[in-house]
Design a protein. Structure first.
Length: 176
């Protein structure tokens, strides 16, 4: 599956998986961040190795190097900006990479939580919508899980890159 820079085209392939993406989108900002952490805590070993040959961590030094040197509050603000699709330096850096690399970013952050990345508060308890969403995703086949993860990862972050108009849209043929 390849990445699409057209954020209006979901990579969730069925009505069931699209409903899960919609359920994620209905969560508030901090619930989305908790979902990312909890889903990687439960399922990270199967998510990240899914496409190791296509992830390119060197394309995201701002997110996979510089980010780890920031304060907890700065890190949390950046995560919130990304899930809220704000036009910021870090959100643009995230939005500029493809979904496999976006999944790698969340994985790296989840692995480092409590060490070099801000952690969930010790008293945090996931809400029913978060737990329900994780349970429903766990019940999917691996390919469906990946389509949900890629869609969610690809829909956050900021990009002003627009999809290239098709021949049908422009009425012009490609030239060499």
């Amino acid at each position: 599956m390849t990445a699409s820079y057209d954020k209006t085209i979901s990579q969730a392939q069925s009505n069931e998986t699209q409903k899960l993406v919609d359920a994620f989108n209905d969560l508030d900002t901090d619930a989305k961040l908790a979902w990312f952490y909890l889903v990687y805590e439960k399922m990270g070993d199967s998510i990240t190795p899914a496409a190791p040959a296509t992830a390119e961590p060197e394309l995201a030094p701002l997110l996979l190097k510089d980010y780890f040197e920031l304060s907890d509050e700065q890190q949390l603000d950046i995560m919130r900006d990304i899930v809220n699709r704000k036009d910021t330096e870090y959100s643009r850096a995230y939005g500029a990479i493809k979904e496999n690399n976006q999944l790698l970013v969340w994985y790296a952050w989840a692995v480092a939580m409590g060490d070099t990345v801000v952690d969930l508060p010790a008293s945090y308890e996931a809400t029913k919508p978060i737990n329900d969403l994780i349970s429903q995703i766990e019940g999917l086949e691996f390919e469906e899980q990946m389509s949900v993860f890629r869609t969610i990862a690809g829909e956050v972050g900021y990009t002003d890159v627009k999809p290239i108009a098709t021949q049908a849209e422009t009425g012009k043929t490609a030239s060499l």
